[in-house]
Design a protein around this ligand. Structure first.
Ligand SMILES: Nc1nc2c(ncn2[C@@H]2O[C@H](COP(=O)(O)OP(=O)(O)O)[C@@H](O)[C@H]2O)c(=O)[nH]1
Ligand SMILES: [Mg+2]
Length: 368
């Protein structure tokens, strides 16, 4: 029977999962393999889904709750990926505030769908900005101890830890991170990568090609702490259409929205876990991002387009009240549009705190 290679890449919000999956998808497609991507979010209108689709990949989204709570949707969505035959490889991106994925996703796949899938090693990406502070136990990561607990648990269940963004790290910073990871997660292989440049990806694909028994590190986890940590994050997904009498630079608008939002959040003392926005116009697209209060907003995928009409999606995950977050987003988008004499029509906006995770399955014992 055809066996689908299931590759799930974990990591905190803004760690580099989507960028890594895009790179891996291209790698497997170049080998002639059929690749499907499954994204996941607590709500509809996900920037990542649109960004990966715009790059030409077959992408389905499990929306409304995380993979563990929508396990059956995760399984059924793989059959409807729009590929003529079943895929050879599935690349799956869980929600960045989600953990306990070994017990609730990987072991259920292994124990219930063993004939259909083979599990690749489960890599989890470490985001240097928040990761360093959390692993050092420094005050002022911007997150509460309960949210930090999630980041640690994510790394604890990994088959390999990927230190990402090595393109930006000095040798001393990289060594510091490696030492922290090796000390706190002994025995877990550590890879150094840059999802941006592709550095370290040969080692990553070699790791992912390994055959063996993976996804076995079932966590000892306190669901109350996990749920409370997740609920401390304000979540917002908003879609809108923007129109102007004269054309304007799409990339400048996207970057300006993220810059304005970043400034407002900084002033209010709220830590951004990840802000991202995509602009879509006639097959062209641009994406802007911010991944922490310490980093600069950046245009990660430029469209280089001048537009008069564009569909925009904003996703924000911030340690603050979701209603307040919505007020900020509405204000900054309106201001950025006004500056370009553009009008904005908000279509769908959802802002909330993620609910308590209630996994469909939880297998406390790993099978071989
Ligand atoms: N400099 C640099 N930026 C990166 C790297 N990987 C991801 N990013 C950027 O970090 C931001 C968040 O990445 P994304 O893949 O969306 O993270 P996700 O939330 O884990 O899916 C985007 O702006 C990416 O372009 C990297 O290796 N180096
Ligand atoms: Mg993502």
């Amino acid at each position: 029977m055809h066996s689908i290679r299931y590759i799930m890449v974990g990591g905190f919000l803004g760690a580099g999962k989507t960028t890594s999956l895009g790179r891996l998808a291209k790698h497997y497609q170049d080998q002639g393999l059929r690749v499907g991507i499954v994204t996941n979010d607590q709500a509809a209108n996900l920037v990542d889904t649109n960004s990966l689709r715009s790059q030409g990949f077959q992408v389905n989204e499990v929306a409304g709750a995380c993979f563990c709570c929508r396990f059956n949707d995760l399984m059924s969505t793989i059959d409807t990926l729009g590929l003529k035959q079943l895929p050879d490889v599935i690349l799956a991106e869980p929600v960045g505030s989600c953990t306990d994925l070994v017990a609730t996703v990987l072991q259920p796949i292994k124990q219930l769908y063993d004939a259909k899938f083979s599990l690749a090693p489960f890599p989890v990406i470490l985001k240097p900005s928040h990761g360093r502070k959390v692993l050092r136990g420094e005050k002022g990561s911007g997150f509460s101890p309960k949210a930090e607990y999630i980041l640690r648990k994510q790394l604890e269940e990994a088959d390999a830890i990927l230190i990402n963004r090595i393109d930006e790290l000095t040798p001393a910073e990289l060594k510091d991170l490696i030492d922290l990871v090796e000390e706190q997660f002994p025995g877990t292989p550590v890879l150094r990568v840059s999802a941006r440049t592709g550095a370290g990806f040969d080692a990553l694909t070699e790791l992912l090609d390994q055959r063996g028994d993976f996804g076995r590190k079932v966590l000892d986890i306190d669901y109350d702490t996990y749920a409370e940590g997740e609920a401390e994050l304000g979540w917002l997904n908003s879609s809108m259409s923007v129109k102007a009498p004269q054309s304007f630079a799409l990339d400048e608008l996207l970057l300006n929205i993220v810059e304005r939002l970043s400034e407002r959040l900084k002033l209010a003392g709220f830590e951004a876990a990840h802000l991202k926005t995509i602009g879509l116009w006639e097959g062209f697209f641009g994406v802007a991002n911010l991944i922490s209060s310490e980093s600069a907003p950046e245009l990660s995928l430029p469209s280089s387009c001048q537009v008069q009409e564009v569909d925009v999606i904003v996703n924000a995950r911030v340690a603050c009240d979701p209603q307040e977050l919505q007020t900020f987003v509405t204000a900054v988008v309106s201001e950025a549009c006004q500056e370009r004499n553009a009008t904005v029509e908000f279509q769908q906006t959802q802002s909330f705190r993620p609910g308590r995770p209630q996994p469909t399955h939880r297998f406390a014992l790993a099978v071989t």
